[in-house]
Design a protein around this ligand. Structure first.
Ligand code: IPD
Length: 288
């Protein structure tokens, strides 16, 4: 049967608000938080409790839609082309643990692997981003995105504000690709760099995508994050004319579970920014 996308969108917003109350009421302590693969990969009891609430509500209301969530994922679980909710109960767990307010809940729906509904909610700032594929994206339900229309044309990478993330993998090839590329992005042109206006590492992939959607960031580049970090923000970004391509040079059509992403805001010249950025990437990511 055809899915009622508007109804699902509205239901996801109500769940995001409920999750937001759980998140702001929780007081993360070290005893309630732990680590997953290493000491920089954090998880708290709140991540698990929120995912439980979200998955229970969604399974009850939409038993025929599959579910994939960060805290219940196990290696080998594959995203299929069936409609699937893709959920990160807390995106920005490290910020949450440190009580830094750049935290969100990310609720996405993919159909045939295409991100189709996206809800991203920051309960600390009470900012809601939402979108349905083909029907636009909004902040706090009423402000259409991007915030400036038409979005300003791009000059070159040097005039961009760029988000990157260090992620929790801190060794090996991929860490080297990241850190060397970060250096090059910032370095002066005479040193082979792009000398971007600034580099930000804010700690939530979902909110980074929303910031590219509003126009508050120009570019966001990361490899190593997961479908639940990006599915919802992807919809919102695309609805604003933004692009999502591979973090490795070459691929213009990455999969939502491809684990390598570069987002560029809407605006004349965005393809040039993609090419210029790809030209600076030092090496090649193996993840994905
Ligand atoms: C993480 C955040 C972070 C990104 C990581 C993600 P989590 O999600 O989005 O910004 O660098 O790759 O895993 O673990 O807080 O849900």
């Amino acid at each position: 049967a055809d899915l009622d996308l508007q109804e699902i969108h509205d239901f996801l917003i109500s769940i995001a608000q409920e999750a937001g109350e759980m998140i702001t009421a929780a007081y993360p302590t070290t005893s309630a938080s732990g680590t997953k693969k290493n000491s920089a990969d954090l998880v708290t009891e709140t991540d698990r409790a929120v995912e439980k609430m979200v998955s229970t509500s969604l399974r009850q209301k939409y038993p025929h839609i599959a579910f994939m969530g960060e805290e219940t994922y196990s290696p080998g679980d594959l995203l299929t082309s069936s409609p699937t909710f893709i959920v990160d109960p807390i995106d920005g767990t490290t910020n949450f643990v440190h009580r830094h307010p750049y935290v969100s809940i990310s609720l996405g729906l993919a159909i045939a692997l295409v991100p189709t509904i996206g809800i991203v909610y920051n309960p600390f700032t009470r900012t809601l981003y939402s979108g349905i594929r083909g029907r636009g994206a909004f902040r706090n339900r009423t402000t259409p995105l991007p915030l400036t229309t038409p979005p300003p044309p791009f000059e070159d990478l040097s005039s961009c504000l760029v988000a990157v993330e260090w992620g929790s993998d801190r060794s090996g090839n991929d860490y080297k690709v990241k850190s060397q590329t970060f250096t090059r992005l910032c370095a002066a042109k005479e040193e082979g760099g792009a000398m971007v206006h600034g580099l930000r590492s804010l700690g939530s992939a979902a909110l980074n995508l929303c910031a590219v959607a509003t126009g508050e960031l120009d570019v966001y580049w990361e490899a190593g994050c997961w479908a639940w970090d990006v599915c919802a923000g992807w919809v919102i970004l695309k609805e604003t004319g933004g692009m999502i391509v591979d973090a490795n040079p070459g691929n213009l059509e990455p999969r939502v579970d491809g684990r390598r992403y570069m987002a560029v805001r809407g605006g004349e010249g965005q393809k040039r920014i993609v090419e210029e950025f790809w030209g600076l990437v030092e090496g090649k990511f193996e993840v994905g």
